[in-house]
Unconditional design. Structure first.
Ligand code: PEP
Ligand code: MN
Length: 265
């Protein structure tokens, strides 16, 4: 059935899910000041979509698990003060209802959630009859069918503004990449679902600032449609994923250096 899925290429007014779609923002919303300062910096660089995690799936308990619903009001302020669209991660029905109530523009499903069909179905059921763009990260494990299955569950709920995010796959060996890119998997996804926009997340693949630029270039060379990049006004002090976050200025530098070649896809 996957061959018959028909995705829309316009995600939001003025935003085509075409090369290169750029989304940026901190791993986590930490404080209102951090959110607004980062957003202002990104808006100045021309970024149109602001990402920030409100509910954070952390590997171990005891760490910062996100500010929760309170942070949604900060994202609303980002929208009001910068005009940027806002995006956040949802992992259950409660998250979906709260995000919709607070006017979030784009939702994304995280890698740990995509790996769980019960959770994806719960999100799909909560979104029945709602027309909102949604991005589905690959599952943490290198399972293309599970990734496509999650996309189908959301599609079957009536959502057609869908994109995929390639954020790499968990492995025990973290010497170079935090999550192995295994590029052949998103490339096979493109072959299976040719009109599905695919966005690369170099921040979670690399896990280090130095790898963001080369991974962005590689993704563009392979014909990906966009990039989602973690950016923080003060990366060294970030409450999560500090080693991979870059300032809005560095992000701008990286984006300006990118060579976007025509692809045949
Ligand atoms: C994130 O984007 O902040 C995140 C938690 O990513 P992932 O689900 O890819 O680990
Ligand atoms: Mn992160």
């Amino acid at each position: 059935m996957t061959e018959t899925l028909n995705f829309e290429s316009i995600l939001l007014p003025g935003i085509e899910a075409k090369r290169p779609l750029i989304m940026a923002g901190p791993c986590s919303a930490e404080t209102e000041e951090q959110v607004l300062e980062t957003a202002k910096g990104l808006a100045t660089q021309g970024i149109k979509i602001f990402r920030a995690g409100i509910w954070k799936p952390r590997t171990k308990p005891g760490g910062f698990e996100g500010v929760g619903t309170e942070g949604l009001a900060w994202l609303k302020k980002v929208k009001e003060t910068t005009g940027m669209y806002t995006a956040t991660e949802v992992a259950n029905q409660h998250h979906v209802f709260e995000a919709l109530k607070h006017g979030i523009d784009i939702l994304w499903v995280g890698a740990r959630t995509t790996a769980n069909p019960f959770a994806v179905q719960e999100i799909a059921d909560a979104l029945k009859g709602v027309d909102i763009p949604i991005l589905i990260k690959n599952p943490v494990n290198p399972d293309l069918e599970l990734w496509i299955g999650a996309i189908e569950r959301i599609y079957n709920a009536g959502l057609h503004r869908i994109g995929a995010i390639h954020r790499g796959f968990s492995s025990y060996d973290k010497r170079l990449y935090r999550n192995l890119p295994q590029w052949h998997i998103p490339i096979e996804l493109r072959r299976r679902l040719p009109n599905l926009p695919i966005i690369c997340d170099p921040s979670h693949i690399g896990g280090k600032r130095d790898l963001v630029a080369p991974l962005c270039q590689q993704a563009m060379d392979m014909g990906f449609d966009g990039l989602i990049i973690e950016s923080h006004c003060n990366p060294d002090c970030a409450w999560s994923d500090k080693n991979q976050q870059i300032t809005p200025d560095v992000l701008n530098f990286i984006l300006n250096m990118l060579v976007i070649r025509e692809t045949t896809q």
